[in-house]
Ligand binder design. Structure first.
Ligand code: SAM
Length: 271
């Protein structure tokens, strides 16, 4: 008998993975979490039926959510990751030699399962500069201050992540950031949910002087075309040379990923 996991991208489109085995399944107080071993994509982390990462292509997402904001800052030392309990974003942040990385993940089961089954991302937790806080990112952000870069590596805007995509949250973040600080956030696909992508851009633009959307090609996410936003009160441009290895990101991609296709410009009313 063949085992398959499929994620419904719309009512009429889905992406399926043939599964070798289910490694673990946990229903946490927040969400339903599966780890599978696939035939073609290595290990697969699924939360509430949606692909969070696969061993084969997670590098694209993690490099792209981390390196653009980190290289936009002249000297990022204190970093906050909201969500990101798998550890993949922290792994990329460590390439910039920060002093402190704070991962604020609401669901301790995501951290536990990643440590147990996904060492290729969770190995970042072995670094003493990485501090894990199990709590709602919004509460943490209201209380703490002085972060050079904040990376919002959350699930999509439903359930516990919904408020991480609100104007109210972005207002708090202004105070959580140090002067000259930078934010990045994953914000979905413009192919199926253009309103979600444009909404993040519009809300961030009310709080920050400079906001850009940028894109990466992630084979296992809906449509493969994934959007991120970057926001700051300082102009968005690369300020440091790369001196670390990557598999997707490079300095040319820093610029080219911010070039918007026409259908996105039209939807989001961007020049
Ligand atoms: N790469 C992923 C994606 O976009 O599909 C995101 C991965 S990471 C596993 C997302 C994490 O955000 C989840 O583990 C979830 O528990 C966490 N999360 C959701 N809402 C949160 C909140 N309000 N505060 C902190 N963490 C949150």
């Amino acid at each position: 008998m063949e085992l398959w996991f499929s994620e419904m991208h719309t009512d009429n489109v889905k992406l399926g993975f043939r599964i070798r085995r289910e490694i673990e399944h946990v229903r946490s107080p927040y969400q339903d979490i599966h780890i599978f071993e696939t035939y073609d994509y290595g290990k697969l982390l699924v939360i509430d039926g949606t692909v969070q990462l696969t061993e084969r292509d997670e590098f694209v997402y993690h490099e792209m959510i981390v390196h653009p904001p980190m290289l936009t800052h002249p000297d990022p030392k204190r970093i906050l990751i909201i969500g990101g309990g798998d550890g993949g974003s922290a792994r990329e942040v460590l390439k910039h030699d920060p002093d402190e990385v704070h991962v604020v993940e609401i669901d301790e089961e995501v951290v536990r399962l990643s440590r147990k089954h996904l060492p290729f991302v969770a190995r970042s937790y072995d670094d003493p500069r990485v501090h894990i806080h199990i709590e709602d990112g919004i509460e943490f952000a209201k209380r703490e201050k002085n972060f050079d870069v904040i990376i919002i590596d959350s699930t999509d805007p439903v359930g516990p992540a919904e408020k991480l995509f609100s104007g109210e949250f972005y207002r708090y973040l202004r105070n959580t950031l140090a002067p000259g600080g930078i934010i990045s956030q994953q914000c979905g696909t413009p192919v199926y949910h253009p309103e979600e992508v444009c909404n993040v851009h519009a809300l961030l633009s009310r709080e920050f002087r400079y906001v850009r959307l940028y894109f990466a090609y992630i084979p296992t996410y809906p449509s493969g075309m994934w959007a991120f936003s970057i926001a700051s009160d300082e102009p968005i441009r690369i300020r440091r040379k790369m001196d670390f290895p990557t598999r997707y990101f490079n300095e040319e991609i820093y610029s080219s990923s911010m070039v918007l296709p026409n259908f996105v410009k039209e939807k989001c009313h961007q020049e």
